[in-house]
Design a protein around this ligand. Sequence first.
Ligand SMILES: *Cc1c(COP(=O)(O)O)cnc(C)c1O
Length: 223
Amino acid sequence: MSFDQISWKSIKDEMESSKAELVAVSKTKPVNEILDAFNAGQVDFGENYVQELVDKQNALPDKIRWHFIGHLQRNKVKQIVPFIHLIHGVDSIRLLREIDKQGVKAGRRINCLLQIFIATEETKFGMDRKELDDVFSYLNEAQPKGICVKGLMGMASFTSDEEKIRNEFKGLRKLYDELSGTYSASEFFEPVHLSMGMSSDYKIALEERSNMIRIGSLLFGSR
Ligand SMILES: *Cc1c(COP(=O)(O)O)cnc(C)c1O
């Protein structure tokens, strides 16, 4: 299957009232399909492997905004720092430090989202409340110049139990609101994005006030 413009339009329509942003997850999909989506008007694309992202970034228009949504290894940060629009899955201070270091070197402030563990599956990544508070202590002390924390990201459990998914999203939204209230905005903390919801659960995520959804299979077919 190739890029499905009809599904894309209908998801955009559903998002109209919520003012959410759509990240089209193009991992494993060839550049010609990404170009079809870009030509239809989609600007934000998400990838989860560094090499694949770098190759695609080289081959595709500079106007595309690239999101890294995978688990980022510290030794690969410098490869994406020159062009990345937003890194979604930052889950440790060590990673944040490396992004800051590379951001400073490249002369850019790199936009990041902190990944929070909301599911009950051990395979998922993310921080808990305590680790999140540690990140803010670090930020306030270090006053980093190479990063800006733009909000939170999370992945709900893989389950057909909608109430469970809804509760996990509710918890993440609450945390996002709390953070925005607790820590004042600064050059390194500007809470604007709450990235939650994928093909299977984005409707629930929008109801729970997500403002950034990451959709792959509904747009490009199964992988
Ligand atoms: C692959 C992926 C998605 C998109 O998944 P679909 O089910 O295809 O919509 C969203 N978020 C992350 C972090 C992913 O790795």
